[in-house]
Design a protein around this ligand. Structure first.
Ligand code: NAG
Length: 115
């Protein structure tokens, strides 16, 4: 495993969520002044994985938007429900279909390490 891969894996944001298809009632914060730049993360691939039945479901999108606002240029967000993986909670890595989620994350890692 190379360093790039280790850094990417360390930054996987394995969140869960998308509570029952509800719209997130968030407001984008810090339009002005914009948040400070996270320069050390600017070029690091970051994946946020959101599961349907997690308490993160309603605000993971906010985390993703914040990271993008803060200059992180390689932020991906996958909502498990959107890719046909349904019913998971926050601890999906311990749930019976964890292999499905692992395949998705593995696919993402392979994609970001393609040259
Ligand atoms: C990886 O790349 C393939 C081919 O472009 C794409 O179909 C797949 O959705 C990607 N996987 C992830 C998790 O982004």
């Amino acid at each position: 495993m190379n360093l790039k891969l280790v850094k990417a894996a360390a930054l996987l944001w394995l969140h869960c969520g998308s509570a029952f298809g509800l719209e997130t009632p968030y407001r984008r914060r810090a339009e002005s002044p914009a948040p400070r730049k996270l320069t050390n993360l600017a070029d690091i691939p970051i994946l946020t994985v959101t599961a349907e039945a997690s308490f993160h479901a309603v605000y993971d999108e906010c985390n993703v938007r914040y990271l993008r606002q803060a200059g992180c240029s390689k932020v991906d967000h996958v909502e498990l429900g959107d890719v046909g993986i349904h019913g998971n909670g926050h601890m999906f890595f311990m749930e019976t279909n964890s292999d499905e989620v692992q395949e998705l994350v593995h696919s993402w890692i392979l994609n970001i390490t393609k040259v």
